[in-house]
Write a protein that binds this ligand. Structure first.
Ligand code: CP
Ligand code: NVA
Length: 307
């Protein structure tokens, strides 16, 4: 594994291997700590957008395993503005052992990877959020085991988090359904790619408008913000369209009785997810957030070639 840019770049076996390693590193961490496998390694973290989970979980993943992390704020580098992305990649490659980047345009993280001689990790782009999907899959497997044929249902905007969740669902043999309003579909290329993977792994895909139809038989209901970072000027328009897609107690009651409710966070409470559901018995949102730490330790370990 040279970089970690998008779930679709990796085979089902490679992804399951990362998840198994994450389970092992998580057990080890709670049994007294991880060995310092990342000693002498520094991760540069480029952020063009705000973050709580991605920043802190990557930083702590490095520290827990004897390494270090360097936070580079949105104003610091001016990726592609103060300096060409190709130059940033080549300069950082001489200072650090890996680069994690949260960017606006997906093309920018690909460009970093093209020029970097050290591994590059996508810490969220406008297209996908692969580290989130790894933590999500870890959380789903912790609850349901490695069962194929689970029904994973995303309700809301066909955004970066939805794309990565669809990608990992078809890789792991889960059925994936999305219910989203017209005009907020996932990118056609992502859907086409997922159809091809699903044909091999036996996953079923469904693209619906009606959230009630979508959640019937759901083992996982997943939602995310209606307004992603960078879309703030569309807030009023989106807030008018999305209310029928709110994940509330009524919608959850229409799913499987053992359904889990997921959200990558940050949540806009009582918009896409009600307090009652977020803090209710089906919610796994904090387990999911905490699993970022363990999933990312596994990704880093494989990229560094140390585990
Ligand atoms: N879920 C997630 O990536 O959170 P942050 O934006 O806080 O990093
Ligand atoms: N879809 C959201 C995810 C935040 C972690 C965004 O891109 O802002």
């Amino acid at each position: 594994m040279r970089h970690f840019l998008d779930i679709s770049d990796h085979s089902s076996e490679e992804l399951q291997d990362l998840l198994d390693l994450a389970v092992r590193l998580k057990q080890e961490y709670f049994a007294g700590g991880n060995p310092p496998l990342f000693k002498g390694k520094v991760l540069a973290m480029i952020f063009q957008k705000p973050s709580l989970r991605t920043r802190v979980s990557f930083d702590m993943a490095m520290r827990h395993m004897g390494g270090d992390a360097l936070y580079l704020s949105p104003n610091e580098i001016g990726l592609g503005k103060r300096e060409a992305i190709s130059d940033v990649a080549r300069v950082l490659s001489g200072y650090v052992q890996a680069i994690m980047a949260r960017v606006f345009a997906h093309e920018h993280v690909l460009e970093l990877a093209r020029w970097s001689s050290v591994p590059v990790i996508n810490g969220l782009s406008d297209y996908s959020h692969p580290c989130q999907a790894m933590a999500d899959a870890l959380t789903i497997q912790e609850r349901f085991g490695k069962t194929k044929g689970l029904n994973v249902v995303f309700v809301g905007d066909g955004n970066n988090v939805a794309v990565s969740l669809m990608q990992i669902s078809v890789k792991l043999g889960w059925n994936f359904t999305i219910a989203n309003p017209e005009g907020y579909d996932m990118p056609a290329a992502a859907i086409e790619q997922a159809r091809q993977v699903a044909a091999q792994t036996g996953s079923k895909l469904a693209f619906l408008r009606d959230p009630h139809e979508a959640v019937r038989g759901a083992h996982v209901i997943y939602t995310d913000t209606w307004v992603s970072m960078g879309q703030e000027d569309e807030t009023a328009k989106r807030e008018a369209v999305f209310p029928p897609y709110q994940v509330n107690a009524q919608l959850v009651s229409e799913a499987d009785k053992d359904v889990i409710v997921m959200h990558c966070l940050p949540a806009h409470r009582n918009q896409e997810l009600t307090d009652e559901v977020a803090d209710g018995p089906h919610s796994v949102i904090f387990q999911q957030a905490h699993n970022r730490l363990h999933a990312q330790k596994a990704i880093l370990a494989r990229l560094f070639g140390v585990a």
